[in-house]
Structures are given as C-alpha cells and as structure tokens.
Design a protein. Structure first.
Length: 768
C-alpha cells in the first residue's frame, strides 16, 4: 500500500495508540510513559484512510491537545472530526464544543455550539501596574453557534458574543450575528447588542473593539449618550488612532437632536521631555430650531456654523533655540456659553493665539514672538490687544570688572495691536514702539538680617505715532520720551524667634520671622504734555514721582515630626501687608501692583492696603486670602479666599469665594451693577481603590441669590468595566442669543476593559 507523506505522522500516532491499547491490557501501571491508564478508549479501522477512536480520547500534536468522546481521522483528506465533549487547547487557547471538523495540515477548523477563551499575553509580559484588566490576566471569552478558526488567532463567530470580563457571570458582553475576532488586534461586530448582567442596554450598528496586548490600540471608543433642554438628545462617538508609540489622534462626532452636528479632531505627540504638542479643532453646524421661553412664547433660533481651535506646542530647535505656540480660539462666543459643561469654559470671554522662538547664548538672549488676544464684553463688542511681532533682546546681569556691581540691558521693538469693536464698526489704535532700558544694580548683602539692593536705570521709548494736539486723533508723527529710574529695596532688620516644643504632637520646633521691607522708587521728570498714545503700563508712567512702598512679611515655620516633611522645616503660615505712598497722586491710578488701581478715576497719594495670607499646615491642606482695603473709605474694595483639602486618595475638597463691593462715592465701585459676589465649591471622592466615586460642584451667585451651575458625577469601575453618570443644571445668565434661561444636562458613558470612553469636546461624562 502506497502512503502519502502527509499520512505518515498520523500513522505513527495511530501505531502509538495501538501499542498503548495493547499494553493497557497487559502492562503494569507506569510501564508506558505518557499514556494515562485511566483513559479508556478503543481504536477501530473503518477504511484504508479512515480511523475511529471512541471513549475518553486524547490526541496531541505540535502543542495542540484535542479531547473528545469520539474522534475520526481521514488521513487522505487531512481531516479530523470529533464529537462529544470536544475540547481543543494550546499554550494560551482553550475551546470547548459539541463537535469539531479540524484540518490536521492547516490546523484550522469549525466548532459547533462552542465557547472558548484566549490569553492576550503571558503573565510575565504584562506588568501588574500597567494592566487595564485589574489583577486578572488579560483574557477574552467568546461563544457562538459556530466558531470558525480562520487563523492561528483569528476566528469567525456566528450567532454569539464575546467579553473580556472573564468571570463566572460576566458583567458585560457584546453579542452579534457575526463577529470577526482577531486576537491581539481587534473584534469587529455588525448589528451588535451590548448586555450588562445579561440585560440589553445599548444597540451598536458597528463596533470595532481593539484587543491589543500593547498599552494602546486603535479603535472606536464607546459612545456617550446625553440629553439637554437646549441641545436635545445627544450622542457622541469617537475613534482613537494609535499612530505610534509617541503619537495618537482622536476623531469625534456629536449628534444633537435639536441643534445639529459637531465634528472634531485632536492630535497629540511627544518627542522628548521638552518637546511635545497637542491640537484640537471642532466644527459645529447648528440647524434652525425653536424653544418655548419663560413666558410661554415660541422663540426661533437661526442656524449657524462655528468652530473652536485649541492647542499648544513646545519644541526644541537647532542652535539652542526653542519654539512655543498656543491657540485658544473660538468663532462664536455664544456657542461657548451655551454648549460648554465646564462653567469656566462657558464664561470664557477671551480668545487668543500666540507663538514665540527664543534662544540663549551665554549672557545674551533673544525672543521673537507674536500674539493676539480679543476680550468680549458681549456677543458684539470687544477689544483686541497683542503684538505682531515683538522682538526682545537682553543681556543678563553680569559683574562689572570683578566689582559687586551688575550691569544688564533689555531692548524691545514691537508692533502693538489695539482695536476696539462695537458691532460692525471698529477703531484701530495700534502702533510701533521701541523701548530700551540699561540698568546697573549694586547689592549689599553683608548681613543676613539686613539687605539693601539698589538699581539705577535709564529708559528710552519711541512711539512711531502720536496724538494730534488739536484734534486728538492718532497721526503718524513720532514722539520720544526718556527718564532715569532709581530704585532701592531695603529688607530688614529681620526678627526671628524659635520655640522648642518636644512634647508637641505636630512639630518639635516652631520659628516666627518678621520681615519688614521698604522699596523707594524715583522716576525723573519729563514733559507730561507729550502726546503719547497710551496703550499699556509702560505708557502710563508719571514723571517726577517718588513712590515709597512699604510692607511686612510674617512667616511661621514648623519642623514636623512625622509625614512627608518629617525632619525639615515647613512654612505653614505667611501673612503679608503692603501699601504705597506717591508724591504725585496721579501715579496711584496707573500702578499695576494693585488690582484696584486701573479704572479708578480717583487719584490719591496713598494706595489701597493689600493684604495676602497663605496657610499650609500639611501637604493636604492649603488656604489663601487676598484683599485690598481703601483707607479713605475705610472699606475693603475686593476680597477673595480659596482653599483645598485632600484626605489621601479618598477625598479632595476645594472652595473659592470672591467679592467686589459696592462703595458709594468711590469711582469705579459706586455702581450696583459693578458689584459681584460669588462662591464656588468642588468635591471629589474615591472609594475602594477607585472602584467607585464621584464629584460635586457648584457655582453660586450670592448677589443674585442663584446658582450659575450645579453638577453631580458618579462612577463605578468594576474589574473589567465602568459606568459614569453626570447631571448638571446651568444658568445661561440671560444671554441675548439664547432662548432658554436654564439648561438641564444629563450624560452617561460606559468603559470596558481594553476600550475606554472619552469626554466629549464640550465636556460631558468626565468625573473631574
């Protein structure tokens, strides 16, 4: 009988089985290595190329084990069929089925009424701290009426499902009529249903589920569902593209049942610790819609198109240069106010973009930059500021011929942008300006408790345009100004006192430092009638003025016994007070050191008293206070406080309070409309190693006795899946472009092991 080469391995296997069968009746236990006497089976030759094994059959070939009640082998067709309790196992795969047709040459086949599991990686390949699947080994479980093995790790499942939650009762699974499962790559499902604890919760037309042993894999992220009174039902979808180890991109699509569609793209890259960037673009197409306002009337809203662009870049360049860029731009401020979930983004009134290239060579540095910023007062009125371009050259301070005298110089040339827009009309007051300021500094630091730092500089400024003395209009006539600036800063004498507290449970030692200081500045006189176009603080200098600023710093240190600061001193309290005296009262209205200076028409020889305090008794507790007190009105003009408290990884609390007071007869503060009073609070909780938690946030307008926004987020993270739910009420504040005064927003997102969810571009289900 002539035998084909492909039949020889199976004949050798059958010969071994025949020998084992005979020996099983005569040999003692252990006489035949590798043969289990407890397995009872019989061998029958049906035809020349047809063999049948029945009983408790076990067959092994090239690392593949097949168990079954009955096996038939067709050596001429490279075919093996198995029936009854069929199990196929390899090093990292296990499949159980009622029956199997298996090609012994290609090692492919079809399982009927089958289920199986596959390990994505071996244990030693997956560090525990990087596992996305908790403490379990990454594993995929699947089942179906038929299971076709298309490749070594590729399957086609018919009328079945799969999950990466390998538990006795999986928390979730995806089911479909047809599933292509490519282990270590992806699972592709069409017309699938997501089930949680066996209950169908979400229909997905197409699912591309990444199954990748790497940290990141390309694929569709799980959609986020939401609802809003303004936007209607919302559905956000995203595709994540893992371009490489250091680059990725995300593409998003938002559907709003009432207002239209949004399309977004985000790109991120990291080339080194000092070179990275990210960019995001979002396009919104709003369709015409209508709402019922608070009076019961129907109000129509026209459709529109808008976009939002954000990004940042930091990049090292040749020749010791470094580039930076930033974009925070939107085309429609009303969209930002109406769509954003984050109250700070929604109240953002400024759009800007900037870029710079800088380099340092020894003591010299050069920076070329361009920036533009536009601040909106409402949806139509705004002001523009910035420079296009700005070139700065400086020489850092260096000792002069070995003496304790330091010399430095800074020069700047800028084309300044200044525009004012009122509806469709605008005024351009921008111009070009040259500014040079060399300076010499002489420090005195002989005593640690008393220091004196004196500097003298000369400043020259040239404006390429000026104001016409007769008409007051800006004309292309240059104007120059120069003056000498002399400053002396005196610190001390510094007083210290130390308390040893060995029995104190908080610290073994306390130290209190009182540090008085005074700064004297003299600006020489110049022609005050110069027709200068005043754009920023450099243009608002008042000549012939002496300014004396004085204050005191109080610092309290503690040498902790325990905790992260054990054995070293920590500043736990800092209280600072300062005030300025001007020989010319007009200088008080243009002092950028005080937030209440600009915008006030009242000129005084004494400034406001600035108070600031910082409390930080531990790593987890921090609090600050700030305020400016008007000594003439005996009242605080502005007040503010903020603080955070962290209890390990379990809880993080933060709160902030700010107030701008109404003060009669004080210019800038004598209008009730200008007074503000706000309170905000945030709380984040994490329990059971972040298995579940949530956050609460609120912004309250104390003056109007109303909430700007309230938001509640709750999440649950199981070993292989997670759920996040968010609910928010938002007060539009009477935006003229929106028909609704209040919006109520709800969103829900699901994350699965190996495939996450995402926060939509305008915010949504993010727990932070």
């Amino acid at each position: 009988m002539r035998l084909r080469a492909s039949t020889l391995p199976w004949l050798a296997l059958l010969a071994l089985l025949v020998a084992a069968e005979g020996s099983a009746q005569e040999a003692q236990p252990g006489a035949l290595p590798g043969v289990d006497r407890s397995r009872q089976w019989r061998l029958e030759r049906i035809g020349e190329s047809h063999w049948k094994l029945a009983g408790d059959v076990e067959i092994e070939r090239e690392g593949t084990l097949i168990f079954a009640d009955e096996v038939e082998i067709f050596t001429d067709r490279d075919l093996l069929t198995a029936r009854g309790n069929v199990t196929l196992t390899t090093e990292n795969q296990r499949i159980s089925a009622d029956s199997l047709e298996f090609n012994t040459k290609t090692r492919l086949g079809t399982f009927h009424h089958a289920s199986g599991s596959v390990l994505l990686q071996q244990a030693h390949e997956q560090p525990a701290e990087k596992s996305e699947f908790g403490t379990q080994e990454p594993e995929v479980f699947f089942y179906g009426e038929t299971l076709e093995k298309l490749g070594e790790r590729k399957y086609r499942i018919t009328k079945g499902g799969f999950t990466t939650c390998v538990q006795p009762r999986p928390r979730w699974q995806l089911t479909s009529g047809t599933i292509i499962l490519n282990i270590d790559h992806y699972a592709l499902l069409v017309h699938s249903m997501m089930r949680v604890k066996g209950v169908p919760v979400l229909y997905l037309p197409v699912v591309y589920y990444p199954i990748n042993k790497e940290d990141r894999a390309s694929g569709f992220l799980l959609p986020v569902y939401g609802s809003s009174r303004y936007k209607g039902h919302t559905l956000s979808n995203a595709f994540f593209w893992a371009i490489g180890r250091s680059r990725d991109a995300t593409f998003t699509h938002d559907w709003f049942s009432k207002t239209g569609h949004g399309f977004g793209a985000e790109y991120r890259y990291v080339r080194s610790r000092s070179s990275s960037g990210e960019a995001r673009v979002y396009l919104l197409r709003e369709k015409p819609t209508s709402y019922v306002d608070s009076t019961g009337s129907t109000v129509g809203v026209a459709g529109s198109r808008s976009f939002d662009a954000r990004g940042s870049l930091a990049q090292d360049l040749p020749w010791k240069l470094r580039a930076r860029a930033r974009v925070d731009y939107f085309s429609d401020i009303a969209v930002q106010q109406a769509y954003n979930t984050n109250v700070y983004d929604a109240s953002r009134r400024q759009r800007s973009y900037s870029g710079s290239v800088s380099g340092t060579w020894g003591a010299y540095s050069v920076t070329a930059s361009a920036d533009r910023s536009e601040f909106f007062f409402n949806t139509t009125d705004s002001t523009v500021s910035g420079s296009m371009p700005r070139l700065t050259v400086s020489r850092g301070e260096k000792p002069f011929k070995g003496l304790p005298v330091y010399f430095g110089v800074t020069g700047e040339y800028a084309s300044l942008l200044r525009e004012t827009h009122h509806g469709n009309t605008g005024t351009d007051t921008g111009l070009r300006r040259l500014d040079v300021s060399p300076a010499v500094r002489v420090p005195f630091r002989k005593w640690a408790f008393f220091t004196v730092n004196t500097a003298i500089g000369w400043r020259y400024t040239r404006w390429e345009e000026s104001l016409d003395p007769l008409t007051g209009l800006q004309v292309p006539a240059a104007v120059d100004r120069s003056y000498v600036d002399l400053q002396t800063r005196i610190v001390g004498p510094v007083f210290n006192r130390i308390w040893n507290t060995p029995d104190n449970g908080y610290a073994e030692k306390f130290k209190h430092t009182i540090e008085p200081w005074v700064n004297v500045q003299r600006v020489t006189g110049f022609d005050e009638s110069l027709p200068i176009v005043r754009l920023d603080s450099a243009d608002h200098v008042v000549g012939g003025t002496t300014r004396i600023t004085f204050g005191v710093n109080n610092r309290l240190y503690a040498k902790r016994k325990t905790g992260p600061d054990a054995g070293r001193s920590r500043e736990i309290l800092n209280v600072t007070a300062r005030q300025t005296y001007y020989t010319k009262a007009a200088a008080s209205t243009v002092d950028s050191s005080y937030s209440t200076s600009f915008g006030s028409a009242e000129a005084r020889k004494m400034s406001a008293v600035s108070l600031a305090a910082r409390l930080s008794p531990s790593e987890g507790l921090n609090a600050t206070f700030r305020g400016e007190f008007n000594p003439y009105k005996n009242a605080f003009m502005t007040l503010g406080a903020s603080g955070t408290y962290a209890a390990g990884e379990t809880m993080l609390l933060s709160a902030g309070w700010s107030r701008r007071r109404f003060i009669p007869d004080l210019p800038g503060y004598d209008s009730e409309a200008s007074a503000t009073h706000y309170l905000n609070a945030d709380a984040t909780f994490r329990f059971s190693q972040n298995r579940f938690g949530g956050s609460l946030s609120a912004n309250y307008d104390i003056k109007q006795a109303s909430f700007l926004q309230r938001r509640v987020v709750a999440y649950y993270n199981a070993q292989c899946c997670g759920l996040t739910v968010s609910y928010q009420t938002y007060n539009f504040g009477g935006f003229a472009s929106r028909a609704l005064n209040e919006d109520r927003r709800f969103s829900i997102s699901i994350s699965l092991a190996g495939i996450g969810s995402f926060s939509p571009p305008f915010g949504g289900a993010s727990p932070r």
